[in-house]
Ligand binder design. Sequence first.
Ligand code: NAD
Ligand code: UGA
Length: 465
Amino acid sequence: MSDNKFVKKIACIGAGYVGGPTMTVIANFCPDYQVTVLDISQERIDQWNSDDLPIFEPGLKERVLKARGQNLFFSTDIGRCIDEADIIFVAVNTPTKTFGEGAGKAVDLQYIEQTARRIKENSKSDKIIVEKSTIPVRAAETLSKILHSGNNSIHFEILSNPEFMAEGTGIHDMENPDRILIGSMGTPSGQAARDELIKIYERWVPPEKLITTNLWSSELSKLVSNAFLAQRISSINSISGLCEVTEADVDEVARAVGKDSRIGPKFLRAGVGFGGSCFRKDILNLVYLCEHFGLQPVADFWGQVIAMNDYQMERFVQRMLKAMFNSVVNKKIALFGFAFKPDTGDTRDSPAIYVSKMLLKERARLYITDPHALKNAQRDLEGMEGEIVYEPDPYKAAEGAHAIALMTEWDQYKNLDYKRIFDSMEKPAFLFDGRNHLDHQALFDLGFNVHSIGKPDRTQFDDPS
Ligand code: NAD
Ligand code: UGA
């Protein structure tokens, strides 16, 4: 299939947060492979071909510019590129189903199925199909049935190669992965396909980090990884409430607990709750699978991770209300940050969406600031009743406000002139730190009433009790 210039041709279907960056990294490390990223959205592809990339990710733009037009291409010519490709990555979205059987839990596999049908229709030679999207365990079986249906003599070898990168550190994670997981069938053609994929990754990934398993273990490991990560966050968040009423400090508890090498320090940062496009969706998927296989207690166990996250967001708003004399009607509240985490403009399932909606229901006036996520914030809150202003300048967002609620731990929020901010605010001035990101003692000393996660409140009022 490949012409002389390139050893192999890779196509990736889905030019989103995963498809775009992963293929850019592969193109950078494999200049002898032609890599084409495909999407049904012309707008997305046009953005990938412009100076204004569709997603913000540190380090991404330089790497795209280095390879684009050399061995990295972005295109909507899906049929032709499928036909020419030796290896096809599938990185389309797999959202939670919003309708019919399994609504609110199961994965909506329509984009995966459409992709499989498109591959089948346009292939005239054998191909390796790589599942990059996160999908339910045994999805490869469905994929294989669709691809091999009818009297088609073409062979498609399916591999599972889940992506473990986190947004904001995506490029670093892909260039220095903890592991690359490849699941394949135990057949000779399965092993050969696996070796083809290893040839790509071994350009930059040390051999001990290349893990191979059977297909189903690989598919399931992705769901389980996200479930374990989210479970740690819900565990520490569950303890934060207890800290607030006992004068323990959740950061100190997390440090003490995390020092046990069997537990480790990562993913123990208490906060307003986890967000992002995957944790909730993947755990719901796990819950659905467990229910499907009659494992109700297991489904209930993982369901609690989400229940705790919902409770944490709700509790945050309740604390705001309580601190602000049980009413925020007409009060101006500045939301510092809207992205679900720093260094990304992504707001999917961001706790800021939940908090904003609750505050708007309580009739607060919202001034939202974020260095990269204001466009997405506007889309997320479209149609909501009430006053919402999107303000790039945090000083202006806080001017005249009764409270600041920090939703995203952007670095720049640490270094703001909080004296200037305090002076410009209504008094009493409140600061709710949903990420335990700021210097609470310094803010208290400036005159703020500071409420953070899992720490005693620091208020300027005399306690009458
Ligand atoms: P995304 O929504 O950003 O991108 C998906 C892209 O696929 C969209 O641009 C969409 O237009 C395109 N698409 C959908 N159907 C198509 C079709 N039939 N043909 C061509 N293009 C099509 O999604 P994402 O965040 O990149 O996630 C993709 C997958 O990767 C999901 O399964 C997700 O769970 C998984 N994942 C995401 C992350 C992350 O950080 N975002 C990390 C690891 C894994
Ligand atoms: C997560 C996983 O970390 C990735 O390995 C995985 O590939 C990805 O999901 C996916 O499948 O999409 P991501 O959601 O991009 O990555 O970002 P994380 O760093 O995991 O943060 C998720 C959320 O948890 C954020 O809202 C973050 O603020 C929150 N979080 C994280 C905490 O509240 N506390 C922590 O200690 C860590």
